[in-house]
Write a protein that binds this ligand. Structure first.
Ligand SMILES: [Zn+2]
Length: 237
């Protein structure tokens, strides 16, 4: 195999690997850091390779854009003005400042976050967590009551946790816990996690019966489940 750097008119940088093995087709691979590798049979002409890239160009651009969007979403938060934070699925801009004489903490007003805090990341994050926890308790508490009435179930208390991966849980004696991070998700997604945990009151394992119960209570649960996965890693910090 020989590898050479190439550059095309369309500004797609790639590494070409020519194979002496009996490869018959040209193939293309994009890594997570957008490195493009093209494998081609040894005697493939540059024209053929260019044509191949031309055909794949819009696909390549789509993948690169997808990677960029993802990187933007999961980049580490600094808790400074101009950053966006999620609440009930909405992306809200932060304005951070420090007025020592005013009450410190986070306020949501007119679709904007206002944070009065000393300028250090940990303190600022702390105020966000406090705010999210309080909102999570209010919102999730209400929704648990609503679904308990609707589904005729009884939960023995609701607690807000700091779990990073575990969105919700139901203990053997039916105490429910939900991560404060859930409050960043859209309301439908939050409802799905609530219904999911409430159904564990009836059925502890993820058996067929369990998923049937979830589907009866929430016919569109699969969409919400998919969105939980999709937003899960992107929204939170
Ligand atoms: Zn479960």
């Amino acid at each position: 195999m020989t590898a050479e750097r190439n550059k095309l008119l369309m500004k797609i940088n790639y590494t070409l690997k020519r194979s002496r093995e009996r490869r018959k087709t040209i193939s293309l691979n994009i890594s997570h850091n957008n490195e493009i590798v093209i494998c081609a049979p040894y005697f493939t002409s540059q024209r053929e390779i260019n044509r191949f890239i031309q055909e794949k160009q819009s696909w390549i651009e789509k993948i690169i854009k997808k990677h960029a969007d993802k990187a933007l979403l999961i980049k580490e938060r600094k808790f400074v003005s101009g950053e966006y934070f999620y609440y009930l699925g909405e992306s809200i801009e932060l304005e951070a400042f420090f007025e020592p004489k005013e009450k410190k903490g986070l306020v949501l007003w007119n679709n904007r976050f206002y944070l009065n805090s000393p300028d250090d990341k940990e303190t600022r994050k702390h105020y966000f967590v406090l705010w999210y926890k309080q909102k999570a308790l209010e919102h999730i508490g209400k929704r648990v009551d609503f679904y308990c009435r609707q589904l005729n179930l009884r939960a023995r208390g609701v607690r807000i946790s700091s779990a990073r991966q575990r969105w919700g849980s139901c203990s053997p004696d039916n105490k429910l816990a939900f991560s404060f991070r859930l409050i960043m998700m859209p309301p439908d997604v939050i409802d799905y996690v609530i219904v999911h945990e409430l159904m564990h009151i009836k059925e502890k394992s993820h058996s067929r019966r369990f998923w049937k119960l979830v589907a009866e209570a929430m016919p569109q649960y699969k969409t919400n489940q998919r969105n939980l996965k999709k937003y899960g890693e992107a929204f939170t910090f």
